[in-house]
Design a protein around this ligand. Structure first.
Ligand code: PLP
Length: 372
């Protein structure tokens, strides 16, 4: 058997008609930027997030960049986030001119912990960027309380958590804004790059829309200098077609996760924890294991693709050497880095495939114990 970590091809074949129709319509309209198709996707996605405004942008990274700039975060400000994330989260802080401050994460949910955030707050702290990693929401009540107490902005990085709920409320609706990525492999993925900022704040929505389109509302009246960070209408059309399947696909991911959880019970493998107040969306299914690299190699030799999210925490990356961190500064993030393994997870994963992955994991530990 050959099993991919994420299988986009099978998914496309299943919804080929809807996707092809959506693309064809944009081409026939010759309306590639803006237009009704985009407006309707923006409002439908905002609705899913339980907020009033959605601004389509060119990527999740652009969504983060524009959010910080629009919230006037800049020189002299500190922004607290997790070292256990993709670099786009921290790049946005640097792009805005502010300073990155890391806070360690939780061993079980892999997410930034409120206690660690609180410890890092100084007079200069201006904002927090919680990342709902792998589709499991952060503890938003506690984070929002810290933010309120210290007058901090909150920018949710929702790039891996489309449709995830915290105490029944969608991620992206807690902070000042939520930033989504529609990178092809995300739970809602474009066929190229795209992203969105969602917010209930009308002024912020206006500012972000302005910044994303050269600071203009009309063709040649520039209110401010901005960027060309607009979303392609063709991507919005594809995303609009796929949005109808998101709830079902997220449910399938949860079903797969619960099958993995059951089958991996009583093994050497530590399966991901779900706090009882969240409904996660399993962007990835991340286990913690002994002899991680050997296991990954064994699975690969049996046709099973795996991933490591993430192999080096951000505070130990060459790009952040200037921050002066060393091993031991964020012990949980470092421990995760050394032990996590992402195993196949996508909506159309079949039960036989899950069973095969688990069988091979068990086989690995049986033989590797024997060899000691
Ligand atoms: C994917 C991702 C991003 C960036 O999104 P792009 O659309 O690739 O720019 C940001 N943050 C996290 C946590 C991500 O996983």
């Amino acid at each position: 058997m050959k099993i991919a970590l994420i299988d986009l091809k099978t998914e496309y074949l299943l919804i080929k008609k809807e996707i092809d129709r959506a693309i064809k319509q944009v081409i026939e309209n010759v309306s590639f930027a803006g237009g009704e198709i985009l407006d309707s996707f923006e409002s439908n996605f905002a609705k899913l997030c339980g907020v009033k405004y959605g601004i389509g942008v060119s990527s999740g990274s652009a969504a983060l960049d524009l959010s910080l700039i629009a919230l006037a975060i800049g020189k002299g400000d500190e922004v607290i986030t997790t070292p256990n994330t993709f670099i786009a989260t921290t790049e946005a802080i640097t792009h805005a001119g502010a300073s990155i401050v890391f806070a360690d994460c939780d061993r079980e949910t892999y997410n930034i912990t409120p206690d660690e955030i609180e410890k890092r707050i100084t007079k200069k702290t201006k904002a927090i960027i919680p990342v709902h990693l792998f589709g499991h929401p952060c503890d938003m009540d506690a984070i929002m309380e810290i933010a309120k107490k210290n007058s901090l902005k909150v920018i949710e990085d929702c790039a891996q958590a489309h449709g995830a709920l915290y105490k029944g409320k969608p991620v992206g609706s807690f902070g000042d804004c939520g930033c989504f990525s529609f990178y092809p492999s995300k739970n809602l993925g474009a066929y190229g790059h795209a992203g969105m900022v969602v917010t209930n704040n009308e002024n912020l929505a206006t500012k972000i829309r302005l910044l994303s389109n050269h600071g203009r509302f009309t063709r040649y009246d520039y209110e401010i200098e901005g960027y060309n960070y607009r979303i392609d209408t063709i991507q919005a059309a594809i995303l609009g077609a796929k949005l109808k399947h998101l709830a079902d696909w997220n449910k399938k991911r949860r079903d797969h996760a619960s099958r993995y959880n059951d089958l991996l019970k009583d093994t050497e493998v530590i399966t991901p924890i779900t706090r009882d107040y969240v409904e996660p969306v399993y962007h990835l299914y991340v286990i913690r294991v002994k002899q991680r690299d050997k296991l990954s190699e064994f699975l690969r030799s049996n046709g099973i693709s795996t991933g490591i999210h993430y192999p080096i925490p951000l505070h130990l990356q060459p790009a952040y050497k200037y921050l002066g961190h060393t091993r031991g500064n964020f012990p949980i993030a470092e421990e995760l880095t050394d032990t996590v393994l992402s195993i196949p997870m996508f909506p159309l994963l079949r039960n036989e495939e899950i069973d095969y992955v688990v069988e091979k994991i068990k086989e690995f530990y049986k033989t590797s114990t024997l060899s000691f």
